[in-house]
Design a protein around this ligand. Structure first.
Ligand code: FAD
Length: 521
């Protein structure tokens, strides 16, 4: 370009920047530092977007949204808040796939993490001569897991631990745990991270791992955004399989179903080859409409009749990965038969598919596209996710699935139920689990009209009350509490440590106020 175009551009940018600075600083109660002034936005559309999330239940408006270009912008914002007599709160917002305003900041500043990745990909895959002698990827905290999948598959590699849905940010899931059907074997995503970069609530930047700045490492993983903003994560990789044998087995008896799930997650580490790669489960309830899209059309009638007869059908979902190159379809078939030979599902209700690895991992996106096409994706999501100790899962089935869910006939959405091994979690991290070797994830993933979510909310409260009355020591996953007393109960023996870590890394309680732990919602 000729020089004058550059000059013109430069002066235009300067004018825009000055206008932005004036515009922002005029309507903000404080004068932001110059280096981020033109990155703070207050347009009505921007604020409305930052006041909403996937739940569409809570709406809290920030004063402004920061579009950061680098870690320095984030540190600058946090430092500035710390310097004020009354600091404002700051919330990193990944994809806002939270359902109760966890990524919001009432009268504070929301950090639009997506902007960090706007200047080119922030996923670097290291192969072969990686310093740790292993494969890994360095991934920006704002990156989506679907993009991590694509970037690693290009090199024939893959992370081992996933979430069911991949359009979630790396920083967002690492702030919770990141769980799916692989967790029983590989642990949640938080235990599959070598190293993270974090900007703390004091505006300090650290690279941390189990060896270096380990207190911050363990705090931030599962830390609900309370200690720092994760701007990079180093994720270990393995050679990627190419294909997946994807199986669903139907049960009409809960103890047979849970007994088989528990049997399948107890595998011998030395004989990994024949272990399943993924185990989940969910309910098929006698409610309309039944989602039978997985099954051959020819079987829809007999599945519907079974569900009508039984009220609840339990579905065990299992996957075996394989690579076309080294194991034939027949070998995997034999391994799968071996796995299933001792299971107690209804014999004529076994269904299977053979799909690509990517198709399997990205399976929920198919549902998303369908729901979007029907206008059903952007509804309210009054979700409840809990961990139930194995010793009480049968009481939970009779008290909740049969006595509340089936009887009230409300459920619209998916009810997940599958076990995991606590030994694959790391108790030094902030995430909490029940105090038993095996616990179940139970997810009530309801979808409701905007003015109907309260009905589900009442049901969720009833479920929690039932557990309380029955002495079932559940823990919430993606927790939603409104009082500090409830949070103390949630963290149990870990509360003191959680609080001390908060004092150490975010003493002015600036970060992620939407969680409602140290700030009122
Ligand atoms: P956000 O909602 O943007 O943020 C969540 C919290 O983390 C907020 O408090 C925010 O301030 C904080 N935060 C965000 N980014 C950072 C960062 N970089 N550093 C520090 N703190 C940060 N979860 C599972 O474990 N397994 C699943 O299978 C699963 N499936 C899901 C399917 C759907 C359709 C949806 C909507 C959610 C699902 N989730 C699942 C839940 C999901 O993992 C959490 O809601 C997660 O927080 C979403 O990431 P996000 O980027 O949208 O986070």
């Amino acid at each position: 370009y000729p020089k004058y175009v550059h000059l013109n551009l430069l002066s235009t940018c300067l004018v825009v920047s000055i206008i932005c600075t004036i515009a922002v600083s005029h309507s903000l109660p404080w004068q932001p530092p110059q280096e981020i002034a033109n990155k703070l936005h207050q347009g009505p559309e921007t604020l409305t977007q930052a006041s909403d999330d996937y739940g569409h239940i809570i709406h809290q408006s920030p004063l402004a949204v920061l579009d950061p270009s680098s870690n320095f912008d984030i540190a600058s914002l946090i430092n500035f808040s710390n310097s004020l007599p009354i600091p404002f709160t700051i919330s990193p917002r990944g994809q806002a796939h939270s359902v109760q305003g966890q990524a919001m900041a009432t009268n504070g500043v929301v950090v639009n993490m997506t902007e960090l990745g706007k200047n080119g990909s922030r996923i670097v895959v290291y192969e072969k001569k990686a310093p740790l002698g292993k494969f890994y990827a360095d991934v920006g905290g704002e990156q989506l897991w679907i993009d991590v999948l694509h970037a690693t598959l290009e090199r024939g590699l893959t992370p081992v631990s996933w979430t069911d849905y991949l359009f979630l940010s790396v920083g967002g899931t690492l702030s919770n745990a990141g769980i799916s059907g692989q967790s029983f074997r590989f642990g949640p995503q938080i235990t599959n991270v070598h190293e993270i970069d974090v900007v703390t609530g004091k505006g300090e930047f650290f690279t941390c791992s189990s060896e270096k700045n380990s207190e911050l490492f363990y705090s931030a993983l599962g830390g609900l955004g309370q200690f720092g903003i994760i701007t990079r994560a180093r994720i270990p990789l393995q050679t990627a399989p190419t294909r997946v044998k994807w199986i669903r087995l139907l049960y009409n008896n809960f103890s047979a179903f849970s007994g088989d799930q528990e049997h399948l997650i107890t595998f011998d580490e030395r004989k990994r080859k024949n272990a399943p790669n993924y185990i989940e489960g969910f309910l098929l309830l006698n409610q309309q409409p039944l989602d039978l899209s997985f099954y051959p059309v020819i079987d829809h009638t007999r599945i519907s009749s079974l569900v009508t007869k039984e009220g609840i059908i339990y579905i065990l979902e299992l996957a075996k990965y394989y690579n076309d190159d080294d194991r034939t379809k027949e070998t995997v078939e034999q391994e799968a038969q071996q796995l299933m030979k001792d299971l107690n599902f209804i014999p004529e209700f076994l269904f299977e598919k053979d799909v690509s690895y990517e198709e399997f991992l990205n399976r929920v996106h198919e549902d998303e596209l369908f729901l979007r096409s029907q206008g059903l994706w952007d509804l309210s999501h009054p979700w409840l996710n809990i961990f139930v100790p194995k010793s009480r899962i049968s009481d939970f089935d009779s008290g909740v699935f049969r006595n509340i869910i089936l009887k009230q006939n409300l459920t619209a959405g998916v009810v997940l139920v599958y076990p995991m091994n606590r030994s694959k979690w790391d108790n030094r991290m902030s995430a909490v689990t029940p105090d038993e070797d095996v616990f179940y994830v139970v997810g009530f993933l309801h979808t409701s009209g905007f003015d109907e979510w309260q009905t589900f909310d009442v049901q969720n409260k009833e479920i929690l009350q039932f557990c309380d009355n029955a002495g079932i020591e559940i823990r919430q996953y993606l927790p939603q509490y409104t009082t500090q007393e409830e949070w103390m109960k949630h963290f149990g023996p870990k509360w003191k440590n959680f609080q001390e870590r908060k004092d150490q890394f975010d003493p002015k309680h600036i970060l992620s106020p939407g969680q409602g732990i140290f700030n009122e919602n």
